[in-house]
Design a protein around this ligand. Structure first.
Ligand SMILES: NC(=O)c1ccc[n+]([C@@H]2O[C@H](COP(=O)([O-])OP(=O)(O)OC[C@H]3O[C@@H](n4cnc5c(N)ncnc54)[C@H](O)[C@@H]3O)[C@@H](O)[C@H]2O)c1
Ligand SMILES: [Zn+2]
Length: 375
């Protein structure tokens, strides 16, 4: 690797005309962040790094040092960890900090954290001074393969009835670049890492059989967080997401829907039980979707079997929570944004590496699939 950039195979481009940007993927190179940011934002002088308490204490100093060494004036802003920080209150606190620092339109906002920090800092970058340059430095596996790519930013909102609506306030705002160091995943709690693996497995199962096979073969080294496995696999996931985003930037044509494989079942599980992380619920959801496809004769039984096996080996749950009422699950699924005019629309696999958006799925098949997944 030279100072002019990482090796080519570790660069993925998100092609969006004048909003195109690179995703740089490597390992053990956080100290190079400052110079890389200079490539993305040549006229920047002030850099506002947003982190949560965990990512700030683990990497804040190294990031600030790297920016300082590259001639940036740098500030670190830390929010509490967790979904509660994705709020307008924290947006306002960050506006106040930027304004006090006399931030202008050449100020670079850097998100150093998981999806929470990325969504929050991205929304601030999109709206402060009508938009300032934004760099994603994702530190969780979910953020590295999913939330840092594609430009969806925003916060949750508590409506006047007291309901917390996820991601209600937001916009599309593409970063100037995404800088991924897989070594940062070393300190990620085990459960969070495994949840991220569910999304990685989703990319293979939904879009790329070769990726799926690679995950099957390299699962042990992946679980050990070996950079030699992580770098190409994270890069491939980013490439797959980048292609979907390039075809449907604003989520209008339905092309992004393929990324929702396992998510309609998953959202219902997350909505009805607080036991599961997002990735865990998606893992169960993918098995249920594969079984539904099998019952509808869209896929043979190997699809569900292979998926279930790899998810189980990754330490993810695959059994539908027996305490959840099937009828309640169906009700919530029918309300999911993928449902249209009362009919159930699901992303179902037809083989490993290919999914289809299927409208008007019979609730009887879904019921039967859930029953099977509970046993
Ligand atoms: N914008 C999008 O397209 C998109 C896509 C998927 C998810 N999301 C959003 O992302 C969020 C979930 O992301 P997440 O799972 O990264 O959650 P998160 O940001 O809350 O991170 C999970 C936990 O891991 C900690 N953490 C992160 N990196 C760490 C590291 N390297 N070492 C130690 N601890 C670390 C965090 O402090 C936090 O406690 C949700 O709010 C979701 O809505 C957005
Ligand atoms: Zn997801």
């Amino acid at each position: 690797m030279t100072d002019s950039g990482p090796t080519k195979e570790h660069i993925v481009r998100v092609e969006l005309a004048e909003r195109s940007y690179p995703i740089w993927i490597s390992s053990g190179w956080l100290d190079r962040l400052g110079p890389y940011a200079r490539h993305a934002v040549p006229h920047g002088w002030l850099c506002a790094v947003v982190a949560d308490e965990n990512t700030g204490s683990a990497f804040g100093e190294a990031v600030v040092d790297s920016f300082a060494a590259a001639g940036w004036s740098t500030q670190l802003h830390v929010v509490p960890p967790g979904e509660q920080s994705k709020s307008l209150e924290h947006v306002q606190k960050l506006y106040a900090a930027l304004s006090l620092a006399n931030a202008d339109r050449n100020t670079l906002v850097v998100a150093l954290g998981g999806g929470v920090v990325g969504d929050l800092a991205g929304f601030v970058a999109a709206t402060y001074a009508r938009g300032v340059p934004f760099l994603q430095v994702p530190t969780s596996l979910i953020a590295q393969v999913d939330s840092s790519v594609g430009g969806k930013v925003g916060v949750n909102f508590r409506d006047p009835r007291g309901f917390l609506v996820k991601n209600l306030i937001g916009t599309f705002y593409q970063p100037s670049a995404v800088f991924i160091d897989v070594n940062l995943l070393g300190s990620l709690p085990r459960r969070e890492f495994r949840s991220g693996l569910a999304e990685v497995i989703k990319y293979g199962a939904a879009l790329d059989e070769c990726l799926f096979e690679r995950i099957e073969h390299e699962l042990a080294t992946l679980l050990e967080r070996e950079p030699s496995s992580l770098v190409p696999i994270v890069a491939r996931c980013c490439e797959l997401k980048a292609a979907v985003v390039a075809a449907d930037e604003r989520d209008l044509s339905g092309r992004r829907a393929v990324l929702n494989f396992g998510h309609t079942f998953g959202h219902a599980i997350e909505g009805l039980s607080s036991e599961y992380t997002h990735g865990e619920a998606v893992a169960i959801g993918m098995v249920a979707a594969a079984k539904t496809a099998e019952l509808l004769a869209l896929a043979d039984e190997t699809v569900c079997r292979r998926l279930r096996t790899v998810l189980q080996r990754a330490g993810l749950p695959v059994r539908f929570p027996p305490e959840l009422s099937v009828e309640r699950v169906l009700e919530v699924m029918a309300r999911d944004k993928k449902a249209s005019r009362g009919e159930l629309t699901l992303v179902l696999p037809v083989r490993i590496g290919e999914v289809r958006v299927v409208r008007g799925v019979s609730p009887t098949a879904v019921r039967e699939a859930i029953q099977w997944c509970r046993s």
